[in-house]
Design a protein around this ligand. Structure first.
Ligand code: PMP
Length: 375
């Protein structure tokens, strides 16, 4: 007899591995477009020679360096195997069956999946007409059962942001026994001065945790390292519920080395930001609706054309990510990759098998739960 899995997990969506033709341009996972700097690769290689030893338990050296950088005490930092695992650890630490998690929708697909794994209900709150978090509606959806609220800033997959005044007002109104997780995976790509840095907000309150990652701006998605900045009780329990030694020696060494390259990281981000603006302009000129993005990707709310647009791009050698009938997310790549994407996009609607595309905003609808492709 097959051992029965938990009944409430039976309907869990499968992990979808996108078809990836050899040589395709990968603009579907919000990764950095270039390999990490050689000295970071060297640090990883050096760490590999000590692979027979377990890593340090708390990533002490990295924690100390991050604490210096961020101007927070070391007890405020928890390091994880990518910030995605920190999302899961926070849900595990704060939610029990019967509790609820609140998040925007669409937003990062891992939130509802991790809630489901923890046996926790999710209240998803539709984005507003500009594809932004609707903070008032999120507030209204908090119930006595709510334990964790995710605010993804900038939001994946739309790239839209929550600004300082609105976020402060929101934080002031969230009950103090509800944890607000400010997920800032794309923080380094923000140019809008009105988008707040979550760390000072966490320093002012007892119920705010900030998530950051080395996966995007630092081009280390493949080594898996991220961190949480939060008041010591939150940071401590986040670490406690994590898998022991999940942050490998290689990941710790990579994170440490990457922090030595602040100038290069900045320069790379600036290139991505310039390309983002150029790409957005070109798409707007071509008649697409494109959300205002402060991340390393753009959101095209293509509605029911989304899947066809995604397939069309793939057939032209460019992988992008379609999200149901809502839209398509395109990661900003190198200039030549973006040019290839623009060429592909320009051909959409011209071949006989593809209906003409009319740019339209996706209606906010009750969320379809995600396929699990958490990037
Ligand atoms: N948060 C958001 C909003 C993301 O988009 C991602 C990655 N796609 C993560 C967290 C997780 O990143 P990682 O686990 O690679 O640090």
């Amino acid at each position: 007899m097959t051992v029965p899995i938990r009944a409430d997990l039976a309907g869990m969506p499968d992990y979808i591995i996108p078809r990836q033709p050899p040589g395709a341009i990968l603009l579907n996972s919000n990764e950095g477009p270039s390999a990490p700097p050689p000295s970071v690769v060297e640090a990883i290689t050096r760490a590999a020679t000590e692979s027979h030893r377990y890593p340090t338990w708390f990533s002490e050296e990295l924690v100390s360096r991050l604490a210096d950088r961020l101007g927070v005490p070391e007890q405020w930092i928890a390091v994880g195997c990518g910030s995605v695992s920190l999302c899961q650890q926070l849900i595990q630490a704060y939610c029990a069956p019967g509790d609820e998690v609140v998040c925007a929708w669409r937003s990062f697909e891992a939130y509802p999946v991790f809630a489901q794994v923890a046996g926790v209900a999710v209240r998803t709150v539709p984005l507003d007409a500009e594809h932004r978090h609707d903070l008032d509606a999120m507030l209204a959806s908090i119930t006595p059962a709510t334990r964790v609220v995710f605010v993804c800033n900038p939001n994946n997959p739309t790239g839209t942001v929550v600004r300082s005044e609105a976020l402060r007002r929101f934080l002031d109104k969230v009950p103090s026994d509800v944890l607000v997780v400010l997920d800032e995976a794309y923080r380094e790509f923000i140019t809008d001065p009105d988008v707040p840095d979550g760390v000072p907000l966490a320093l002012e309150r007892e119920n705010v945790a900030v998530l950051r990652t080395f996966s995007k701006a630092y081009a280390l998605a493949g080594v898996r390292i991220g961190y949480c900045v939060a008041p010591p009780p939150i940071a401590a329990i986040t670490t406690k519920v994590g898998v022991p030694f999940a942050v490998s020696r290689l990941a710790q060494a990579a994170g440490l080395a990457a922090l030595e390259h602040a100038d290069e990281v900045r320069a790379r981000c600036e290139t991505v930001i310039r390309e983002r603006e150029r790409l957005r302009e070109a798409l707007l000129e071509a008649g697409h609706e494109v959300a205002y993005s402060q991340a390393n990707f753009l959101w095209l709310p293509l509605g029911e054309s989304s899947a066809r647009f995604g397939e069309h791009c793939a057939n032209n050698g460019v992988m992008v990510r379609a999200f149901g009938n809502d839209g398509v997310r395109v990661t900003v790549g190198l200039p030549e990759e973006n040019a290839a994407f623009l060429r592909a996009a320009a051909g959409f609607g011209q071949s006989a098998d593809v209906p003409t595309h009319t740019p339209s905003r996706s209606p906010s609808k009750s969320p379809s739960l995600p396929s699990t492709e958490e990037k």
